[in-house]
Design a protein around this ligand. Structure first.
Ligand SMILES: [Zn+2]
Ligand SMILES: [Zn+2]
Length: 299
């Protein structure tokens, strides 16, 4: 887990984040994702500077192991001077050695956030789910942590004031907000009540706006007027061209030729980001095979 440096903002990793959500559904299945409907509760990972360091750390680690349902995994946590915030050795288990940066000795309230990420590394390791390259793999880890209910801790560890800033993880605060919002929209949850950091609250708002936009793209019926107008124009071009070369740049859908004389449109599922294809024939109701979201389309 990275540490330090200026805090990056916005949505620079969104494509990998979305691929990570799709990969999670593919590897876990809809049913397993649904079992994570409850987030880690603030009370279960609360840790104040008067708690015993080692007992408290083991308690929080056990809570995260329980949350991710890693029954026989045991986290052995130690502290040392290091450049990174935290690290875990990925072995066959059942014991996993987690190292936390020495500074957490005096920043105990963020130990839950650091462990949420490191224990997720173990979870993904056991699933044999990884993305190629360190950067993409860390984005997968942050996304999975957040989508499965422990990532609000990472966003809440983001704090800025005139003198200093702190952020954990590889996603920007807004991207943490985005994944958290996608989870919130799926489970009808409001994580904003758990934030102690005002900056986390703001970043969540931005992420939520972005996540809502995923469900407001044509051909979904919730699309706005401007999007629908452009969609109608692109569809006309596709029909004229017989769907040859009809994938316009910068739009979230592409037309393809189906059966003779039948145009189809492909777009990303707003929940799991799997590519979905439906025939172009006015109102169509589709169901995503991966995340089971019902998609009301006006094609
Ligand atoms: Zn990591
Ligand atoms: Zn889906």
């Amino acid at each position: 887990m990275a540490n330090g440096g200026p805090v990056e903002h916005g949505f620079p990793h969104l494509e990998t984040v979305r691929e990570a959500v799709t990969a999670l559904y593919r590897r876990l299945s809809y049913d397993t994702v649904r079992t994570f409907s409850a987030s880690v509760a603030p009370v279960d990972v609360a840790f104040c500077d008067t708690d015993d360091l080692y007992l408290g750390t083991q308690r929080v680690a056990r809570e995260l192991v329980r949350h991710y349902r890693l029954p026989d995994a045991r986290m052995i946590v130690s502290f040392r001077e290091m450049t990174h915030a935290a690290n875990v050795e990925l072995t066959a288990g059942p014991e996993y050695f987690v190292e936390l940066n020495d500074r957490f000795r005096t920043h105990r309230r963020d130990i839950g956030a650091a462990l949420a990420h490191e224990v997720m590394h173990v979870y993904l390791h056991r699933l044999d789910l990884a993305f190629p390259g360190t950067r993409a793999n860390e984005i997968l880890t942050d996304t999975a942590t957040t989508y499965l209910g422990a990532g609000w801790l990472l966003l809440d560890a983001y704090r800025e004031d005139a003198a200093s800033s702190q952020k954990l993880g590889y996603l920007t605060p807004e991207e943490f907000g985005y994944v958290l919002a996608k989870r919130a929209l799926l489970f009808g949850e409001d994580p904003s009540v758990w934030f102690t950091s005002p900056q986390a609250y703001t970043a969540y708002g931005r992420g939520l706006a972005r996540a809502r936009r995923d469900g407001q793209q044509p051909p979904l019926t919730a699309a706005g007027w401007a999007g629908r107008r452009r969609y109608a124009r692109d569809r006309r071009h596709a029909q004229d061209a017989g769907a040859r070369g009809a994938a316009a740049d910068g739009v979230p859908y592409a037309f393809t030729a189906g059966a003779p004389g039948q145009l189809r449109v492909a777009f990303d599922c707003p929940t799991c980001h799997q590519r979905i294809g439906v025939p172009v024939r006015g109102r169509v109701r589709a169901r995503c095979g991966l995340c089971r979201t019902v998609l009301e389309c006006d094609t």
